[in-house]
Write a protein that binds this ligand. Structure first.
Ligand SMILES: [Zn+2]
Length: 473
């Protein structure tokens, strides 16, 4: 496992001096318990992996683990809560606030112009509108390769509120008759990549952006990109949660800074009172816990302000209706019901949902690490290769290397349709490029790892479970 002791170097001297040797100091004059401290902290929970289910309920449990220790994101109040619960938290990292940038618009731009395509925040990350303008630009510049599809509406838009967005996908392939049809009988195997379902995971949207450019700019000159678009239909949803990303953008551009940590969608209507926005808390439904596959199981919460709030019913959210609608249009169902039924060996297709961070490749089942799916061996073999291409990430079912998590998009698409499904947790936990908000300059390094993983996954879409093969590259 990764050594974490280096994190102490990043902890503020005051907090470290007070906290490092003493467990947690309730009376710390300048540590996280100080009045008016609105910074974000990562807390290490020693032995957290062995705590009974529910002991960490309501906390913003990070997708990270070090041996038996788990990690929680929060503020000063979180530390007091953890301490009073007897969990003996240690400050792992104090997170510096991001630089302020001029305010940007909220909600979908009326026209996705070239100027809109240049809208960025926090050093270069694309706004939702910039991502959408980029899709239109790509389709305009590469008419024989790209088609943009409106797949549904965000919660705000679907309920008539201001600030909402469409959900958009782009289909990339060297077009032939019948390409990019919204029916599951495609000629070419399909590979679907989605990003930024968790709004604060900035790296993921950037990876989707670069993947689109790599394929379309590389067609005709880069042999691998050319082969992929000649033999595959690649689909990309660059922003799975545009309302949430809008909130994050506002947090970085003069709005409430707590929104920089917003994870869920914008549906705030389930909470009796406004949920505070910040590390460890926020409004909305966790789209990656809302899907109807073991909905409400391990790793979910019934409390609306919790980071893993599952919603009132499975598949309730507008964004998930749009995403699942796309899944069903792109892929036939090749798997019988039941947790151990295998998908047909001739199944084609591939699904990767991009998250951050922890340098991990995850595959179903997420709901229970002790339950092997009927395709576990094939999923594990592909996961191993993806992890190798990334330079040595961990891989496994979530419960094996992290913790159980129910109602995810990966579990749903494998459960309902038999499509091989992977979650990539991109980026390290520590160091200058660690965490949810790495400097934009870190993206080159991430892309060097993710590009070979994506090209491998595109190839495996031809025969992921070992039937007749049609490899790429
Ligand atoms: Zn995530």
């Amino acid at each position: 496992m990764k050594a974490k002791s280096i994190h102490w170097a990043a902890v503020a001297a005051t907090a470290a001096a007070v906290l490092a040797g003493t467990g947690y100091g309730m009376a710390a004059p300048a540590g996280p318990s100080a009045v008016g401290d609105d910074r974000a902290y990562v807390y290490r929970i020693p032995g957290g992996a062995h705590l009974p289910p529910g002991r960490l309920a309501g906390l913003d449990l990070l997708e990270d683990r070090d041996g038996d220790d788990l990690f929680v994101l929060g503020d000063a109040a979180t530390a007091l809560h953890l301490n009073s619960a007897g969990l003996r938290p240690k400050v792992e990292q104090r997170l510096a606030p991001a630089a302020w940038e001029p305010p940007r618009r909220s909600g979908q731009a009326p026209a996705l112009t070239a100027a809109v395509a240049e809208e960025t925040y926090y050093g270069g990350y694309r706004t939702v509108n910039a991502q959408y303008a980029h899709l239109d630009q790509v389709a305009s510049d590469h008419a024989s390769l790209a088609t943009v599809v409106d797949i549904g509406d965000s919660w705000r838009k679907s309920t008539g509120r201001p600030g909402g967005y469409d959900l958009k996908a782009i289909c990339l392939t060297k077009k032939q008759s019948g390409s990019c049809r919204l029916t599951p009988d495609s000629t070419r195997p399909r590979f679907l990549v989605q990003a930024q379902v968790h709004a604060r995971e900035l790296t993921t949207g950037e990876m989707a952006y670069r993947w689109i450019d790599y394929l379309t700019d590389g067609y005709g000159s880069d042999a691998t990109a050319t082969k992929i678009l000649d033999t595959r239909e690649v689909w990309v949803v660059p922003v799975g949660n545009p309302d949430g990303v809008d909130m994050v953008q506002q947090g970085f551009t003069g709005g409430p800074t707590g929104q920089q940590w917003h994870r869920k969608n914008a549906n705030h209507t389930h909470a009796a009172a406004t949920c505070a926005e910040g590390p460890g808390t926020g409004s909305g439904i966790d789209l990656n816990r809302n899907n109807n596959s073991h909905w409400g199981g391990a790793g979910t919460s019934s409390h609306p302000c919790d980071p893993v709030y599952k919603g009132r019913s499975a598949d309730s959210e507008s964004e998930n209706k749009a995403l699942q609608g796309l899944y069903r249009k792109l892929f036939p169902d090749t798997r019988a019901t039941g947790d151990t039924a295998a998908a047909a060996s001739g199944t084609r297709g591939m699904f990767v949902t991009l998250h951050s961070y922890s340098d991990m490749v995850l595959f179903p089942w997420g709901f229970d690490g002790d339950t092997a799916s009927g395709n576990d061996a094939a999923l594990r073999a592909m996961g191993k290769e993806m992890a190798r291409l990334a330079g040595g990430w961990e891989y496994g079912r979530p419960g094996e290397i992290l913790y159980d998590a129910s109602g995810g998009h990966d579990d749903w698409i494998y459960d309902q349709l038999g499509v091989p499904a992977f979650t990539w947790e991109i980026g390290p936990s520590s160091g200058g490029c660690g965490g949810f908000h790495p400097a934009y300059s870190c993206q080159n390094g991430f892309w060097n790892k993710v590009r070979p993983m994506l090209t491998y996954a595109a190839g495996k879409a031809g025969s992921p479970y070992g039937g007749a093969t049609s490899p790429v590259g």
